[in-house]
Design a protein around this ligand. Structure first.
Ligand code: AMP
Ligand code: GLY
Length: 419
């Protein structure tokens, strides 16, 4: 089969690599992809994700059997709908179903209608009303831009000053552009966070092992939120009962709610969950694979990803096997200064050993070498019998990297070790 992956990050590298390992796949293309993917035999093609006609023409010309769309923006721009209208098979939700991620207000309404546990909240499009609500609720409190903001439009404010500053930046200073013309203000939940993803076809869901992202830039979860600095899977200190409850009370009713409102979901549905004292509660949905969770979770899969997705697209129940022992862990290497201002053109030193896998993200090729051209450059992945062993494999390699120009967290997975 010829398969197409849309996107250019580490998540897409992990998906494309896994597809390429299947005996069923002939050629795996990635648009626009990144130069690092070529090391794994993935064919990249630099086309604009905004030009749907050109993407459709590419899929037709290259006899693509099906396409998987990695990032949220093309999904929200209706790329899956346009492929589908042209008779092309695609594993990814329609624009309408993508609203579960693209509008936090839509997601909250779905959760209320379906009785899905989540933080108490209110939606505002007027600054003064939002300000008064924050004043009345007190801190800590969470302020979220309604629309897509690359994981950065969420402020967990510990103090009233922080909360009012964040609100002003969103609603008056336009720091997050249009995505924050409407804001959701919600109760701050306390507990361990985990990411729960499932393959979904309408009301049928096939959960993956859970993982834990590290969204803050700095060790001990300090510093600003980022696109994710590392992840591991499974999360040993979250009980099987909690996961089962989250599947039953969060993912299942979400898929059901979308199916019931004539916007059935096809693709990967992701729930960001906090295990609170009163059970798992939802903090967000994504309409796609998580990044960097995918780079560790797909390494837990023993089945053939091509077969799994083909089965789902054929409306058959896939038989998915996962590793039952060990831990997969990944550490993101980013340019110093990320997520604000950072240098490009950092020469990437080879880091791979036989114990680790590199998933490239913001990289380009120049004179036969890889250089950075984004904030998150690559993720180094390893599997160990324990968190400590996986960490050791990764940090052994990263210790050899000249860290003048890059940063990475040295505590990915430590939370699980502290238990
Ligand atoms: P999101 O983009 O919605 O995942 O939010 C980014 C991060 O903010 C999450 O990973 C959480 O750590 C935190 N967060 C979001 N909503 C809440 C909440 N209601 N209570 C506590 N923390 C939250
Ligand atoms: N890791 C969080 C996300 O993909 O949105």
């Amino acid at each position: 089969m010829n398969l197409l992956v849309i996107g250019s990050g580490g998540r897409e590298h992990a998906i494309a690599k896994k597809l390429n390992q299947s005996p069923l796949s002939e050629t795996v293309y990635c648009i626009p992809g990144n130069a690092g993917m070529k090391l794994d035999g993935i064919q990249i093609k630099d086309l604009s994700l905004d030009d749907h006609d050109q993407l459709i023409a590419f899929a037709v010309d290259h006899q693509i059997d099906w396409t998987i769309i990695g990032p949220e923006v093309p999904l929200f721009n209706g790329l899956a709908d346009d492929f589908y209208k042209n008779g092309l098979s695609v594993f990814g939700p329609s624009k309408a179903a993508t609203l579960i991620e693209a509008s936090k207000a839509f997601a909250k309404e779905l959760m209320v209608n379906q009785g899905i546990p989540t933080a108490a909240y209110q939606v505002f499009d007027e600054y003064e009303k939002a300000k008064a609500y924050i004043q009345a609720q007190g801190a800590p409190i969470v302020i979220k831009a309604d629309g897509l903001a690359s994981g950065k439009g969420v402020i967990v404010a510990e103090t009233m000053e922080e909360a009012q500053k964040a609100l002003k930046e969103m609603m008056q200073d336009n720091k997050f552009g249009e995505s924050a013309s409407q804001v959701v203000i919600e109760e701050c939940l306390a507990g361990e966070e985990f990411s729960l993803m499932a393959f979904v076809n309408g009301e049928n869901i096939f959960p993956m092992p859970i993982s834990q992202d590290h969204k803050r830039l700095l060790e001990l979860d300090k510093g600003p939120n980022t696109g994710g600095m590392g992840a591991y899977s499974p999360v040993p200190h979250i009980s099987e009962e909690t996961v089962a409850e989250a599947v039953k009370r969060i993912l299942q009713p979400a898929a059901q709610g979308l199916a019931d409102s004539q916007t059935p979901f096809t693709g990967v549905l992701y729930a960001g969950v906090i295990a609170t004292e009163s059970g798992p509660k939802t903090i967000e949905f994504n309409a796609r694979f998580g990044d960097p969770e995918t780079q560790v979770v797909l390494n837990r899969m023993e089945s053939d990803l091509v077969e799994v997705i083909t089965d789902i697209l054929d409306e058959k129940d896939p038989d998915i096997k996962w590793k039952t022992t060990g831990i997969d862990l990944g550490v993101v290497v980013a340019a110093k200064g990320y997520p604000e201002k950072y240098d490009l053109d950092i020469l990437i030193e080879p880091t791979e050993s036989e114990d680790t896998i590199t998933y490239y993200a913001g990289v380009k090729e120049k004179d036969g070498h890889l250089y950075s051209n984004g904030g998150r450059i690559y993720l180094l992945e390893a599997c160990g019998e324990s968190i400590a062993e996986a960490q050791q494999k990764i940090y052994n390699q990263l210790n050899k990297v000249n860290s003048q120009k890059v940063i990475y967290r040295k505590d990915i997975g430590d939370k699980a070790k502290r238990r």
